[in-house]
Design a protein around this ligand. Sequence first.
Ligand SMILES: C=CC1=C(C)c2cc3[nH]c(cc4nc(cc5[nH]c(cc1n2)c(C)c5CCC(=O)O)C(CCC(=O)O)=C4C)c(C)c3C=C
Ligand SMILES: [Fe+2]
Ligand SMILES: [Fe+2]
Length: 354
Amino acid sequence: MLDATNSPQRPAAAPADHPKVASPKVGVLLANLGTPDHYSYWPMRRYLNEFLSDKRVIDYPKWKWQPILQTIILTKRPFASGEAYKSIWNEDLDESPLMTITKRQSAAIGEALHARYGDEVMVDFCMRYGNPSTESKVRAMAEAGCRKILFFPLYPHYAGATSATANDQFFRALMKEAWQPTARVVDPYFEHPKYIEALARSVERGYEAVEDRPDMLIVSYHGMPKRYLMQGDPYHCQCQKTTRLLRERLGWDESEIRTTFQSVFGPEEWLKPYTVEEVARIAREEGKKKIAVIAPAFSADCIETLEEINEEIKESFEEAGGEQFTYIPCLNDDPEHIEALTTVIDENLGGWVR
Ligand SMILES: C=CC1=C(C)c2cc3[nH]c(cc4nc(cc5[nH]c(cc1n2)c(C)c5CCC(=O)O)C(CCC(=O)O)=C4C)c(C)c3C=C
Ligand SMILES: [Fe+2]
Ligand SMILES: [Fe+2]
């Protein structure tokens, strides 16, 4: 057997009939949700089918859910969602913003870690649904010699529908490896001081850029069925904590900031208050005509922020009499965000790198 460890007795060359063994590295595999390859019907349908067939996302029994999904939802939603994606599509690169931003984050984190560890660490990204698949990237890392992989779902808050299903897919990919790399998974980072600091700085920048100070900051998180919270999913509580830490860091009164949940899907009750209703109520009943909105559950701008918040939710606010709507972008590849994510990675690499 060829010695692929750091042993000083490594043989000079492998015998001719021995498989090639790369020198050992540590892989850092970033993971985001995934996004359609295009906004036209079939790519949209393929993406939504994979996503909405995931039991971690929609937990109804298969016999009950699949007929509804295949006949009703997947005949209509690919058109409606396709239109929404079209309105935000990165036409230059022919990809969705989530893809463009994730690539930039991966490149920036790769550069930062290369400066610290050289070729010992390799950084790449994958998606839970669609391309590039988790399996293809685990394979590529193993082939490049990654004997250890740190898997990092790019969600600050744990949710079964996001972090857990990304991890499931990672473990499924590892099941297929002949020589399985040692694996670690990064913890949620919703309360990490550097993440909170990066969020606070983005709010301060957002407030400095507008002429009139907003009356309130709406902190809008992606929602989930309330039932998932009752079944023990900690997502709701972690979101509430992020808002509290952000408010404390900003030194604001509770009246200046409010937590809401967006993107309701289907007839069930989701986490409340719903952003789209709350912004209208605030304008109408509380007389707050100037608001800013931030979406800390998303590490990158995507359909849910660029289209839902900055188009639908903005419209709801303005129709209710709102006058100034400021969307504060996600942290994306902001240097403070890259620094926060790199710190989280470093903390999780303990003992794996020199
Ligand atoms: C139907 C159930 C859904 C749950 C539960 C859910 C949770 C959840 N999602 C995110 C992050 C993202 N979701 C995105 C898109 C998206 N989400 C759902 C449904 C649920 N999400 C759908 C159907 C879609 C697709 C768009 C649409 O048709 O409306 C995205 C954006 C992807 C992109 O390409 O831009 C992200 C990111 C979180 C954090 C979360 C946590 C509870
Ligand atoms: Fe979602
Ligand atoms: Fe809670």
